[in-house]
Write a protein that binds this ligand. Structure first.
Ligand code: AMP
Length: 516
């Protein structure tokens, strides 16, 4: 099958040829003819399958006829995050280069005025996150009654982020007769309900997941002490000592943790960027660009910020935190081992993560081997530069010294619904959409205090850390991923007199059963 059999216009075919793509992917092959026949489409596919071009290419063909009117976009694409919205716009820029189309991005973190001016000029394609879109409609600067084609992308992600009420509102603002293209990776009941309500006799196209990462990714779990500074110290060791590390994404569950880990790694001489929902848009774009170009080989990221992004091949994925949802684990490790290449996924696992790890192993249908060697780090004094502030924080949250938590620390509005024990209100979801970070949780430490307190005493009995004698003896061993740390810092990480062994895990890759 070639692109020329799909009914796309000459201009679009020329643009596709210019990108070098010769064969449509299965989702493109199945979906494009239906879109061009102006049918509703229910596409069950995830990122990496070529689904963006599956709607962008036929939309470009359709949009060749007709022109936009002020404040009345002809087509509307809803994306859960700003980065995904920007990625879709890139697709229009690439494939629509030969067409005079007005493509506008309505995302949070960007000036209202500029967006408004663009809307006034008339827009052929409006790509938006739900929050900013509804803000514009509420201000009266945008009419959705001219929308001929609506795309709802990453619908299950929208559900995770609490955007479904917003999606329902948008669906009621666009004309009943519009064409709807709906993409989701999974079909939970709420998504099914939405499709039954808002799609008209849809053509269902389903593509199997791209080869699961588990096949080519070496997965391993490394036990860690529960304290964040212990995890950070372990992470640094793993990064310094990793074999064949070209670039890596380090995932944290909370955006606050992303910021802390990022700062800590920077302080320890690593070249690292960060990506989370509290960063302003230009910083997010810059970090992603630098990572893509290889200028920053390490990226600390939250799930929401990284989900669905077309990030190039990465050699290593680190789970600084084990994700609460097993799906997120699969998604994270899918960042490496792409297109049949090998990759390494290393999860830092504390005792509190056992339940999550069990759920992950159940989902992926295999057990994740434990790293051999002594990786567990427990030092009260080792991370001297970072510990005091955290220790103070813990005291506060335990109700010890200091004032009770207040203000931002008590704001639970961005915690996952289950953590808050309440349903997300539509306006909250909308606010979160502005930052593009709805499901990035704040610290659940309050909820976990009793269990943590129980663990604390047993943690204290753990073995003292062991350190890599090779690195002590030969600082030049530190890979180029970061500058060699200043001597003082290396020493601060190390227990005096303990030069015991090289961890076996670093010398002998552990293959998962599926990867064998
Ligand atoms: P997506 O699933 O839309 O995020 O696309 C994943 C990646 O596949 C992107 O880097 C696209 O540029 C690329 N891609 C899309 N269509 C094709 C194609 N027909 N052949 C090769 N690569 C493609």
């Amino acid at each position: 099958m070639s692109f020329s059999n799909l009914g796309l216009s000459e201009k679009v075919l020329a643009a596709v040829a210019a990108t070098g793509y010769t064969t449509p992917t299965p989702i493109q092959e199945q979906a494009i003819p239906h879109v061009l026949a102006r049918k509703d489409v229910l596409g069950i596919a995830q990122t990496g399958t070529g689904k963006t071009a599956a709607f962008v290419l036929p939309m470009l063909t359709i949009l060749e006829k007709g022109r936009a009117r002020a404040r009345m976009p002809r087509t509307l694409i809803l994306e859960p995050t700003r980065e995904l919205a920007a990625q879709v716009k890139e697709n229009f820029d690439r494939y629509g280069a030969g067409q005079k189309l007005n493509v506008a991005l309505l995302i949070g973190g960007v000036s209202f005025g500029d967006q408004d001016a663009k809307l006034t000029r008339g827009v052929d394609v409006l790509i938006a996150t739900p929050g900013r879109l509804l803000d514009h409609t509420e201000r009266g600067g945008l009419l959705l009654t001219g929308v001929e084609l609506l795309v709802i992308d990453e619908a299950d992600r929208m559900l995770d982020m609490g955007f479904i009420p917003d999606i329902e509102r948008v669906c009621k603002l666009v004309p009943f007769t519009r064409q709807t293209l709906f993409f989701t990776a999974t079909m939970p009941p709420e998504i099914r309900r939405i499709t039954e309500t808002f799609l008209h006799n849809p053509q269902k196209v389903e593509v199997s997941k791209p080869a699961t990462a588990a096949v080519t990714v070496t997965q391993v779990q490394v036990p860690a002490g529960r304290e964040a500074h212990e995890k950070r110290e372990l992470l640094r060791r793993l990064l310094r000592e990793a074999k064949d590390l070209k670039n890596a994404i380090i995932f944290c569950n909370r955006k606050r943790e992303v910021a802390i880990v990022h700062k800590s790694l920077q302080k320890h001489g690593f070249s690292v960027g960060a990506l989370h929902g509290d960063m302003d848009q230009s910083a997010r774009t810059a970090a992603l660009e630098q990572f893509r170009k290889g200028e920053l080989p390490l990226l600390v990221a939250s799930d929401v910020a990284a989900r669905g992004l077309d990030i190039p091949e990465v050699s290593h994925v680190y789970n600084f935190d084990v994700p609460h949802h097993a799906d997120d684990y699969v998604h994270r490790i899918g960042r490496t081992g792409r297109a049949g290449r090998t990759g390494t996924a290393i999860s830092i696992v504390t005792r509190l993560d056992q339940k999550s790890m069990a759920a992950i192993e159940k989902l992926i249908g295999q057990s994740i081997p434990l790293a051999e060697g002594d990786f567990e780090i427990h030092t009260e004094a080792s991370d001297a530069t970072e510990r005091p502030r955290e220790a103070r924080g813990r005291e506060r949250s335990r109700g010890g010294r200091g004032k009770p938590q207040r203000g931002r620390d008590r704001d639970r509005s961005h915690e996952p619904r289950e953590a808050r024990g309440e349903a997300r209100h539509a306006s909250e979801a909308r606010h979160a959409s502005e930052a593009g970070h709805a499901s990035e949780a704040k610290s659940p430490s309050e909820a976990r205090q009793p269990a943590e307190a129980r663990h604390r005493s047993s943690d204290k009995r753990r073995a003292e850390p062991r350190h890599d004698a090779r690195q002590q003896a030969n600082p030049s061993h530190v890979p180029s991923i970061g500058r060699p740390e200043p001597r003082r810092q290396r020493e601060a990480d190390t227990e005096p007199g303990d030069h015991s062994h090289l961890p076996a895990f670093l010398l002998r890759p552990v293959r998962s059963p599926a990867g064998a």
